[in-house]
Design a protein. Structure first.
Length: 194
């Protein structure tokens, strides 16, 4: 299957910005390999090489995010709305035909590449593949091509949770606390496995 990765990086990150005074996607973050890079770069680095089609949805004023996205071989979709639904709908429409879409959050820098591969491998045409860590659903989430119209119909700040009721959900059990770890506040830049 040809799965297209969509990295959502259009959120405002208000909580992080209020505490740290900077864009969380560009905050220095020590990755799983021990190297310090911006959060968004850690995310892009974790995308498996075999996922060739990659899109980053971000705001027009995020010049450094745009530069990093292009450096990692991503198409860039500029979007004024920070709503997750708007971002998903626009990216699925822009990416054209695919067997599925792997939705990656731009503020989750600690997910192992192997977990991303397993989620991507688990998607079926009419289903959703989601990682499960310690009984909790995490990210990234993969959607099969039959869900394209549902993804394109999303709007505002609502994500794709509503699609879970309409599709077969394949749970991919992982031993990877990174699938639950997002960077919403500066203290979350230090990864401490659960």
């Amino acid at each position: 299957m040809t799965v297209t990765a969509i990295v959502l990086a259009a959120g405002q990150g208000r909580r992080f910005r209020a505490e740290a005074g900077q864009d969380k996607l560009l905050a220095d973050c020590v990755g799983l390999d021990g190297v310090t890079r911006p959060v968004i770069e850690q995310v892009l680095l974790s995308l498996p090489e075999r996922i060739v089609q990659r899109w980053v949805v971000t705001l027009p004023e995020r010049h450094e995010v745009i530069r990093l996205a292009r450096a990692y071989g991503c198409e860039v979709l500029l979007l004024e709305s920070a709503g997750m639904g708007d971002s998903l709908a626009a990216a699925v429409a822009a990416s054209g035909s695919a067997d599925g879409w792997l939705v990656v959050l731009g503020d989750m820098p600690f997910i192992r590449s192997s977990s991303i591969e397993r989620v991507s491998d688990g998607v079926k045409a009419d289903g959703i593949s989601v990682p499960v860590q310690a009984g909790q659903y995490g990210h990234p989430v993969a959607f099969g091509r039959a869900l394209a119209s549902g993804l394109k119909a999303l709007s505002g700040d609502r994500g794709a949770k509503s699609l879970f009721a309409r599709a077969a959900v394949h749970e991919v059990v992982v031993d990877d606390p990174g699938v639950l770890w997002d960077v919403d506040v500066p203290q979350s830049l230090s990864f401490k496995p659960i």
